[in-house]
Design a protein around this ligand. Structure first.
Ligand code: CA
Length: 264
């Protein structure tokens, strides 16, 4: 379950942030006052409480989750600046969560720091193998952890240009999965995470026809919310948002959908 009261609004942080502590600025286009967001997925409540308290004091916006599967959903929904990920979790372990985040163009660029216990070195190797950015061994000091967080955030800011290839341009439509932005004729259009994932997936394979089942598995993921499972509804909504480019998404009767190939 999501922890009750874990939703933290930037204006409602409990405890004071020391003046001049320099709350980290946000990634992307937010105001300078926006805090960087961290999602902590950890099933031990005492560790979770300490982490939340200390990270908020450091000026981060923190959301927490004690379950693997729900944690993965939370990351997909919130698109945070960083994820702190415990290895052993109920329902879905940290390695698997990290692997799935890296498979998805929308979440691929989110830095992940793994929290491991002593004696889990083989898991650390596995975690780094599936794309974790760093790891911290329990028990750790807050100072050590926040230093790692700052270092990883610095590195990923520099690496953001690498994410440019997640950008697809076609006619007047620009899909930037890494930045979670779609624009039509230069106007930014709001897409849900599911719509963005679906459109980006189809546009990454122009001319190729995908069945609804395949799109559910590959583009949306098996852990989609029940309401996410109707592909036709998403396609209708995407077409509406694409306006005069709506025909880029073609219905193949009795089969599924495709994104028009450039040659056609
Ligand atoms: Ca655990």
């Amino acid at each position: 379950m999501l922890k009750a009261g874990s939703r933290v609004k930037s204006h409602g942080i409990r405890g004071s942030v020391p003046a001049g502590s320099g709350a980290p600025g946000s990634r992307g286009n937010g105001a300078a006052t926006m805090k960087k967001s961290i999602i902590v997925i950890e099933d031990e409540s005492d560790i979770l409480e300490v982490l939340k308290y200390n990270l908020e004091r450091e000026g981060y916006r923190v959301r927490t989750c004690r379950d693997g599967d729900l944690g993965l959903r939370l990351v997909r929904e919130e698109n945070p600046d960083l994820v702190l990920l415990d290895l052993m979790l109920p329902s879905l372990d940290g390695i698997e969560i990290c692997r799935r985040l890296r498979e998805d163009p929308v979440t691929r660029g989110i830095p992940v720091i793994m929290l491991t216990a002593k004696g889990e070195e083989s898991d650390v190797v596995l975690g780094l193998g599936v794309g974790a950015d760093d790891y911290v061994t329990k028990p750790f000091s807050t100072g050590e952890l926040t230093a790692r967080i700052r270092a990883v955030l610095r590195r990923t800011e520099h690496a953001e240009s690498d994410q440019q290839r997640e950008r697809i341009e076609r006619d007047g439509v620009v899909i930037d999965a890494a930045k979670h932005i779609v624009s039509v004729d230069g106007e930014r259009v709001t897409f849900t995470a599911t719509e963005l994932r679906l459109l980006h997936f189809l546009a990454s394979h122009p001319g190729r026809v995908f069945t609804r089942d395949l799109l559910l598995g590959r583009a949306i993921g098996e852990h989609a919310f029940v309401g996410d499972r109707n592909i036709d509804v998403h396609v209708r909504s995407i077409r509406k948002k694409l306006g005069r480019y709506r025909d880029l998404l073609e219905t193949i009767r009795g089969v599924g959908y495709r994104f028009l190939d450039e040659e056609i």
